[in-house]
Design a protein around this ligand. Structure first.
Ligand SMILES: NC(=O)c1ccc[n+]([C@@H]2O[C@H](COP(=O)([O-])OP(=O)(O)OC[C@H]3O[C@@H](n4cnc5c(N)ncnc54)[C@H](O)[C@@H]3O)[C@@H](O)[C@H]2O)c1
Length: 455
């Protein structure tokens, strides 16, 4: 890959992205909707595949409640026939339900303009590709893909079909992420030379990934893809850069085999009294309705054992990324810590930006994010931010407004398409390959980006 050309493509991408989002929305998403509303025509028709917790909440119940004039949920699809029926009543719609094998039938019968994809990560690309082949736009949760071949199929199908992929990177809409982006865009730090991103997942949130499908690499692509795709996208976007080379280490050092006893799941566990990670799912009505009452249909255990011998998703990992603008990123993720948060930093030729996010810790903190901007040979200043209200600090609502409310300005370029979706997933995929082979991995050896315009 020619890095200079690639960089130009990226610049072109950013210059054009907000216009394209607007253009895309005028055709099939937000704007068409506003035109339709203005002319008293029909609402945007959306179908949902993957009716689990994210699908039924953010992209289900709260979506249809917030946009009654803008969109209509026309179909629901899931591999679990009981869960998809529960989803219909929980979301509160009359949309017909479909089995996963009848995805094509759902599209044919309900004619959606866009399909929202909230299945486990390994199936996102399959449904996005098929949705586009059948004439729909695809709105996919992160991670957009878990394998390099999926990335290629997504890019190629988008180009061939003329349909669009939107990757729902809600992190870009968080107050702290917006603040970082504004500082970097201001040029106050000068040219950025290197960056640091340290993700701390605690023994509650971190462990939750190892109780279910995320703990198996074949479903999640490991946390390097499932979780870190948020962080890699944030860094790609903040730095206005694309990755060229990745080196990584990772291991399952805490969960999985690293324990003296284990069971199938918490409910059936003979070690309830002595396991510090015992979690009683029966205390949550929502989890009982969504998962436990549907268990016999597909065997999906939401309270699986964190000590399962088959866990192969790394719980400790470190990644180095070289970007096409020369920036070197140092990244770590640990999923078994006593507190939760992040430490992010940018080292520029004129100074350094330090950001500390406090999500959950045993000491009291009045704010969510602390910023420190230090200029070379000059003073330093600090300030704090509080999170907005709503899902993920209000980020979920801001993202949905941008998607479904007409004429939203996007000066920071927060809308993300297929290229951004692929660029974040591919860092995690490359990191996985680097861990397996012990070699540095070049992004250009994994994906061939079409030379024509891609948003
Ligand atoms: N952006 C965010 O902040 C955020 C937060 C949570 C989850 N997510 C994403 O949402 C997605 C779903 O996560 P979740 O926590 O809701 O998981 P979940 O396990 O609650 O739901 C997954 C659903 O997909 C269904 N499913 C499994 N295989 C399928 C298949 N082949 N075809 C159709 N349906 C299938 C399951 O039956 C289940 O209903 C993931 O991609 C995850 O990364 C994003």
């Amino acid at each position: 890959m020619n890095h200079t050309d690639n960089h130009l493509n990226r610049r072109e991408f950013l210059n054009r992205s907000s216009k394209l989002v607007f253009a895309a929305s005028t055709l099939s998403m937000t704007g068409r909707n506003s035109d339709a509303q203005a002319k008293g025509k029909k609402k945007l028709k959306v179908a949902l595949v993957g009716t689990g917790v994210r699908g039924t909440s953010t992209w289900g119940k709260s979506l249809v409640a917030a946009y009654p004039n803008e969109l209509e949920m026309v179909g629901l699809c899931d591999i679990n026939p009981k869960r998809v029926e529960y989803a219909r009543s929980y979301i509160g719609v009359n949309a017909p339900t479909f089995a996963a094998k009848d995805f094509d039938k759902m599209i044919a019968q309900t004619g959606p303009d866009a399909v929202i994809i909230t299945t486990p990560d390994c199936f996102h690309a399959k449904y996005a590709v098929r949705a586009m082949e059948l004439g729909c736009d695809a709105i996919s949760e992160k991670a957009l893909a878990t394998e390099a071949e999926q990335c290629q199929a997504l890019l190629d199908t988008e180009l061939k079909s003329g349909k669009k992929i939107i990757t729902t990177f809600n992190v870009r809409h968080m107050n702290s992420a917006e603040e970082i982006k504004k500082i970097l865009m201001s040029g106050e730090l000068g040219r950025i030379i290197s960056a640091e991103f340290y993700e701390y997942l605690d023994i509650y949130h971190g462990a939750s990934y190892f109780r279910r499908w995320h703990g198996k690499a074949r479903f999640s692509g490991t946390l390097l893809v499932h979780k870190a795709s948020h962080h890699f996208d944030q860094m790609n976007w903040s730095l206005d850069a694309e990755p060229v080379e990745v080196n990584a280490y990772g291991k399952v050092a805490f969960y999985g085999k690293n324990h003296s006893f284990r069971a199938r799941n918490c409910r059936s566990c003979p070690f309830k009294e002595k396991c510090e990670f015992y979690w009683d799912i029966t205390k949550s009505k929502r989890d009982m309705d969504l998962y436990v009452k549907c268990e016999d249909a597909d065997g999906y255990l939401r309270d699986g054992c964190v000590w399962d011998n088959e866990i192969d998703t790394y719980d400790s990992m470190t990644v180095e990324v070289k970007y096409n603008n020369g920036v070197l990123l140092s990244y770590t993720l640990n999923a078994f810590l006593p507190y939760e948060g992040q430490r992010i930093a940018f080292n520029g030729e004129k100074g350094r930006l330090d950001v500390r996010l406090y999500n959950r810790q045993p000491w009291k903190v009045e704010y969510n994010a602390e910023f420190r901007l230090t200029k070379n040979f000059r003073s330093t200043k600090t300030w704090q931010l509080k999170p907005g209200s709503g899902g993920h600090g209000g980020a979920d609502e801001k993202l949905k407004d941008m998607l479904f409310r007409p004429n939203q300005p996007d000066p920071l370029g927060k809308m993300a398409g297929s290229r951004a979706g692929v660029m974040s997933s591919i860092i995690g995929i490359a990191a996985g390959k680097s861990i397996e082979t012990g070699e540095r991995v070049k992004i250009a050896d994994l994906v061939d980006f079409p030379r024509v315009w891609q948003w």
